[in-house]
Design a protein around this ligand. Structure first.
Ligand code: SAM
Length: 708
């Protein structure tokens, strides 16, 4: 075994593109890790203990997917290698010789903990953390354009945190004790094999990186085929296939027999639960055991429930235990459980997502950047085939947010999920683009790079303080086609319009980024979701109206959030489709992601909402994210039935509704002098003589501040 192999951590934990059923055994493993300290942390953040272990649920489920619980796992997942004792590790390291290139690598877990803060330059900065009163939202979450009325206010939606760095361990010269390498993003079984290849072939270098990436892609494709085959086979096998029935029975035997409580397990009644709460709740072992048992029963309630105990009782107990074990308020635990009726999502929120960077193609190429960072002792790999600019950082002996390459703007520290809306929007060189809620600029700078520093990106953010970090990033990354402005997004298109493409990366609750911001677990209420959804509906209509349907190259809007709730995603998209008949949903062009819901808990949405894409921490190993792409067509006079008076009726006996009546048109003449001036500057910067000004730039009512 090579030296690197000796020092190497266990293979990445694969996460499959299915939601594995949590098994009793899996929870049992966690139980073994629990200790007396954890007991006290119930209701606070027991996650800390778990995070150190970097455990993700990996055990293959043995049961069929059961309605209301979890989906079936189609292939076994690989378990992480057991942690070695420190003395074993030291012995092996001694045998292996020096730990070349590993000195100063952060202590176990340190890197991941630091990584958590890294992303504060990314999406979670936009998480709604301000006062609800800051939202200028009056009235009900109504279904009409009244949403658009009312004054737009200066919002204070989040702090202007500086980017944080992965700092190297202070204990220089120490060997890495990080046992587990973070899991790959949307990993497949190939991740493990690629890891093994690493052992033989040494670290990723410029020379082998592309080849490894290709091998990874090929393996991923094979895996995907296998998945499909297995899913088809499973579907053919029918609901109660023998294999799963046998496995269920085995599990039943292990756990104490069907229909019986396991070793004195007693499901508390509602009153007992109340009493328990009053007395401060049971210890962590009891909670773990109860979650395990509830999960087991719910996977086959008919067979496993104690006599007379309903499914609802088990569900209520499980939600209550999830809330106390993972530290959520009861409301949010229930809301999220309704979407993810298992523990995988909650588990994944206890583990930091991989550290990823985006190559700034305005300044360098990915292979050159990778080589430069490898030379500095950074262990990295391409993220995956879906992006040719992303790199996943596994370990680093230098602070990733303070390398010379970072300072020179060769890369942006950016969550992999936040690449997705920009890929979907696909801005083209020469276009006029609006980033409606842009600070701190991860996506703005990505767009500027895709546009090769041509055309113009208006980077807007309602929060003036946050435009500082936005401007700093724009400068650092060398974006020359960006104009920063600070309006409430609801003022568009009145202040500016006529865009070829618009990105609305909306302010949201941040339920997709709980691993980065655990405060979401406790500070969100029903009212927050209602207000956010309302604001998002207002913003999306303004974003649509800011797109010019006359665009020769575009005419698109991408709506995204780092939240997983339906209120903030499908409900907003569906609302936009109803309010603006001139838009339609189109394919996002993203290669993976789950389709958006077309119905959820009694609410039905436009069936095209399935074209939207959802991304999950427990499935894709990236932040929870949502992406929808719209094509904006010309507004037409549409027919609305007199009884409905709405504009969302196509045909029938109707009265005319002039859809253009309220539209604010973009006055392109107004922007002309600014565009001309920018063009002159570009020409000058190239050392050429710019053409004479056609006329002096007139001051305009548009208070746009140039980034420079
Ligand atoms: C999810 S963050 C944006 C992240 C950004 N797109 C990026 O990639 O770096 C949402 C942003 O919306 C801003 N915001 C909140 N309300 C707004 C409004 N009414 N109009 C415009 N921006 C708003 C917040 O200040 C926050 O910076």
């Amino acid at each position: 075994m090579g030296r690197r192999a000796k020092n190497k951590q266990a293979p990445p934990v694969p996460i499959q593109d299915t939601t594995p059923r949590p098994s009793a055994k899996k929870l049992g493993k966690r139980k073994a890790d629990a200790d007396a300290d954890v007991k006290e942390s119930i209701g606070k953040r027991p996650a800390k203990k778990l995070r150190e272990n970097h455990e993700l649920p990996t055990k293959p489920a043995v049961g069929k997917a059961r309605a209301g619980l979890a989906e079936k796992v189609t292939k076994p997942a690989n378990k992480p290698k057991p942690k070695r004792r420190k003395d074993e590790e030291d012995e092996e390291d001694a045998e292996a010789g020096s730990s070349e290139g590993w000195e100063g690598v952060p202590e176990d877990g340190d890197l991941k903990a630091k990584a958590k803060s890294l992303f504060h330059d990314s999406d979670n900065e936009g998480v709604f953390v301000g006062d609800l009163e800051d939202l200028d939202v009056d009235g009900e979450d109504g279904e009409d354009d009244d949403l658009l009325r009312g004054p737009a206010q200066e919002l204070d939606l989040g702090s202007d945190d500086e980017e944080l760095e992965i700092a190297p361990s202070k204990s220089k010269g120490k060997k890495s004790k990080q046992h587990e390498r973070p899991a790959k993003i949307i990993p497949t079984a190939s991740d493990e094999s690629s890891d093994d290849e690493d052992d033989e072939d040494g670290p990723t270098t410029m020379a082998n990186m592309e080849a490894r990436s290709r091998a990874l892609d090929a393996q991923a494709a094979r895996e995907a085929e296998l998945d499909i085959e297995e899913m088809q086979n499973a579907a053919q096998a029918g609901e109660d296939d023998d294999e799963f029935a046998d496995a269920d029975e085995e599990e039943d035997e292990e756990m104490g027999g069907e229909g019986e409580d396991v070793e004195g397990f007693h499901l508390p009644t509602a009153e007992e639960r109340e009493d328990e709460k009053k007395s401060g709740g049971p210890d962590v072992h009891t909670v773990q055991r109860r979650m395990r048992e509830c999960v087991r029963v719910l996977s086959n309630h008919k067979k496993r429930a104690a006599p007379g105990r309903s499914r609802t009782e088990y569900v209520q107990q499980l939600i209550s235990d999830i809330a106390s074990y993972y530290g959520y308020n009861d409301f949010l635990a229930e809301k999220l459980f309704q979407m993810f009726p298992a523990i995988e999502f909650f588990e994944a929120n206890e583990v930091p997502r991989p550290v990823t960077i985006r190559t700034n193609t305005l300044r360098t190429r990915r292979r050159d950047l990778a080589q430069a960072l490898v030379n500095r002792g950074v262990n990295l790999e391409p993220i995956g085939k879906w992006t040719n600019i992303g790199l996943q950082v596994f370990e680093s002996s230098v602070p990733i947010g303070a390398t010379p390459e970072y300072l020179a703007g060769h890369y942006m520290l950016q969550a992999a999920s936040s690449f997705l809306p920009v890929i979907a929007l696909s801005p083209q060189p020469g276009e006029r683009v609006l980033d409606m809620a842009s600070a701190p600029g991860g996506k703005t700078t990505h767009m500027a790079a895709l546009m090769e520093n041509t055309g113009v990106v208006f980077a807007n953010d309602a929060n003036k303080a946050r435009t500082k970090s936005l401007t700093a990033n724009i400068h650092r990354l060398g974006c020359k086609n960006v104009v920063v402005c600070s309006y409430d997004g609801r003022e568009f298109p009145k202040v500016m319009g006529g865009f070829d493409r618009v990105l609305l990366d909306a302010p949201c609750s941040g339920t997709g980024v709980i691993s980065k911001d655990a405060s979401v677990k406790t500070n969100k209420s029903d009212r927050d979701f209602a207000l956010l959804s309302h604001l998002q509906k207002q913003l999306i209509l303004c974003a649509i109206d800011s797109v010019t349907p006359d665009s020769k190259t575009g005419g698109y809007l991408v709506y995204s959030t780092c939240s997983v709730t339906v209120d903030e995603n499908e409900a907003v998209v569906d609302y936009a489709l109803r309010k603006r008949p001139n838009v339609k949903l189109v394919d996002t062009g993203l290669e993976f992601g789950r389709p958006g819901y077309t119905s959820f808990r009694g609410k039905n949405f436009n069936e095209k909402v399935s074209l939207t894409r959802r991304f999950y921490p427990h499935v894709h190993n990236m932040d929870g994210f949502f992406v929808a792409k719209f094509k904006v067509d010309k507004r037409q006079k549409v027919k609305a039935r007199p009884d409905e008076g709405g504009a969302d009726v196509k045909g029938g006996d109707a009265m005319d509704v002039d859809m253009d009546a309220e539209e604010t048109r973009f006055d392109s003449d107004e922007d002309k002098p600014y565009l001309e001036e920018a063009k002159r500057k570009r020409i000058k910067a190239k050392g050429l003589r710019p053409p004479p000004r056609s006329k002096p730039a007139e001051p305009t009512p548009i208070a746009v501040k140039a980034a420079a």
